[in-house]
Design a protein around this ligand. Structure first.
Ligand code: HEC
Length: 109
């Protein structure tokens, strides 16, 4: 009897964590790519790709320190897009950094 309740409780806890993880969203290159060309990050109707089409000007960022890169991303969001900086540690910011690191790697070789 008690054992069954224990197993049931464990199952509910695991399920709750799984749902929370899905809701938070795991960072991905795909999400970063979507954000890069999305006007939703700012308030002036621009997206990153307006000024950095195809990753223009960002060929060397793969070599940047991740923390510095997050700051630059947020500077461009605030100054160039007139938007709100993405929270440090958020899946959105992590996705953007993942995507930016894929840029230029093909051209610099
Ligand atoms: C209005 C134009 C504009 C928009 C929109 C814009 N940027 Fe920029 N960005 C610049 C300029 C200008 C620089 C500085 C010059 C350079 O390094 O190319 C820069 C620099 C950067 C750098 C540093 C490049 C380096 O080599 O150090 C990163 C990273 C970057 N932008 C990311 C983004 C991201 C991500 C977005 C969207 C959230 C964005 N930018 C939107 C104009 C823009």
């Amino acid at each position: 009897m008690n054992k069954r309740i224990g197993i049931l409780t464990a199952f509910v806890v695991v399920a709750a964590f799984a749902v929370a993880a899905i809701a938070a969203g795991n960072p991905s290159i795909e999400q970063g790519k979507t954000l890069f060309s999305s006007t939703s990050l700012g308030t002036n109707g621009k997206s990153c790709s307006v000024c950095h089409p195809g990753g223009k000007g960002l060929e060397d960022v793969a070599a940047s320190d991740e923390e510095a890169l997050e700051k630059t991303v947020n500077t461009c969001i605030e100054k160039a897009l007139k938007g709100k900086a993405l929270a440090s540690g958020s899946p959105e910011l992590a996705s953007m950094v993942l995507y930016l690191k894929t840029l230029g790697t093909a051209e610099t070789k």
